[in-house]
Design a protein around this ligand. Sequence first.
Ligand code: APR
Length: 229
Amino acid sequence: MKKLVVLTGAGISAESGLKTFRDSDGLWEGYDINEVATPEGWRKNPALVQEFYNMRRKAVVEAEPNAAHYALAELQQYFDVVIITQNIDNLHEKAGSNKVIHLHGIITKSQSSLDPNLTYDIEGYEIKMGEKCEKGSQLRPHVVWFGEAVPMIEPAARECSEADLFAVVGTSLQVYPAAGLIDFVPYESPKFLVDPNTPYVSGNIKTIKEKASVGLPLLVELLLQENGG
Ligand code: APR
């Protein structure tokens, strides 16, 4: 089976009701990144950070996958599909995708603020101040904040280097190292982009200028036509 690697961003979950970051009315219009998505912000006001993620976690728990997530899950019948997502929601998993690499962590888990290797599933949608890990430190969201290491970037780059086919869906490609993953994809591997806008991508890429719920089913058709699905 050919390996299809798909890099996804907030745009794929937009039609599931989850806000993107940089579109109009995006998350970064209402919040200061430094206050809610950095280790400094956590040190200064952990309760504010907790509240920011509790609010987002509630939306994630209540959200359902959309046609785009399901289209990627369907492609698993025809390709070895590896999803590399910048999203911290679990909609790819809810839709049935089995190989998902979360570059920026996942909001449905908490982690020790002392030892990032200590992670826990979250019942419901809140992490409360005072909830501690087994080493006695405050639990925080299991997400990668700006300025923190991205431990999954190496396995993600390896997957991209082995991609026979590559697609980018719903990301402005503004944030590194995620945005640099396309450079690991072999030159000769066909590349596709699904986005209603046109984020800059260098090199030869076929663009489907549609929102994800329309563009992904079209991409499925294209891939099956071109690869005898
Ligand atoms: N379908 C497909 N794409 C869409 C849709 C949609 N319905 N709506 C918006 N988009 C596209 C936008 O055109 C844009 O290219 O999704 C992209 C959203 O870009 P961002 O808001 O920057 O989100 P993303 O690229 O995922 O951000 C990357 O930045 O703040 C950090 O950690 C955060 O993982 C996030 C990272």
